[in-house]
Design a protein around this ligand. Structure first.
Ligand code: HEC
Length: 193
């Protein structure tokens, strides 16, 4: 009876340690961004917009695109980074492998408020997604290269991109940010201390 009890307690302790290790491992890996990258890109390199980024990612910053005639904004861009990316960037001054950047694009609505003429995020148009890839994982893909995976998603479909060629549809417009790994880092205060 006593032996059985000792065996039971030992078994429970081992189970407990086992689940503690299992729980801490993904969290440790998430810190270098890799886990996020794995969840956003499948083996073939197809990207998707993760369901929970608004609660699990960290806010990098936002951009307001002025309306053509003045008087408010016509678009808002809100940019998020996967967990751990901000800390890693502050430390190493570069984006870690697997880092995910998501840019939401909103139509803006402008109205008079007690603070003045104010524009706010209205309907979501879609998402731009970039995944850091230091290993050149998909050399034959037209959506991967120059150190990143690249894709746009219309608001109605977060798993099927409409992008077919990142060089033609993304890269040219990111040339001004080439020296900061194609990312417009000036717009992201959290990357600075
Ligand atoms: C018309 C030019 C243009 C095109 C096309 C474009 N981008 Fe960008 N992108 C920008 C600019 C400028 C910013 C920062 C300012 C802003 O959002 O207006 C930006 C920001 C981003 C960000 C936020 C991180 C960062 O780099 O600052 C992501 C992610 C992004 N773009 C991904 C993409 C992807 C993926 C594509 C192709 C599917 C793409 N972009 C096509 C100009 C462009």
């Amino acid at each position: 009876m006593k032996i059985l009890k000792v065996a039971c307690v030992t078994f429970v302790v081992i189970l407990g340690i086992g689940s503690a290790i299992r729980q801490s491992a993904p969290r440790a890996r998430a810190a270098d961004g890799v886990t996020a990258g794995v969840r956003v890109a499948d083996r073939e390199g197809n990207l998707r917009v993760p369901d929970d980024y608004r609660t699990s990612y960290q806010l990098l910053g936002s951009w307001a695109i002025a309306a053509d005639g003045g008087g408010g904004s016509k678009e808002f861009h809100v940019v998020y980074a996967s967990p751990g990316v901000i800390d890693a960037y502050r430390k190493d001054k570069r984006f870690p492998d697997g880092a995910v950047l998501i840019k939401e694009v909103f139509r803006a609505a402008t109205s008079e408020m007690t603070t003045g003429t104010v524009s706010r995020a209205d309907a979501l148009k879609g998402w731009f997604v970039m995944v850091k890839d230091t290993r050149n994982r998909h050399p034959d893909s037209a959506l991967w290269g120059d150190g990143w995976g690249w894709s746009w998603f219309d608001a109605g479909d977060r798993s099927k991109t409409t992008t077919t060629n990142y060089k033609a549809q993304c890269l040219a417009c990111h040339v001004p940010a080439r020296t900061s790994d194609w990312v417009y880092v000036d717009g992201y205060p959290p990357l600075r201390h």
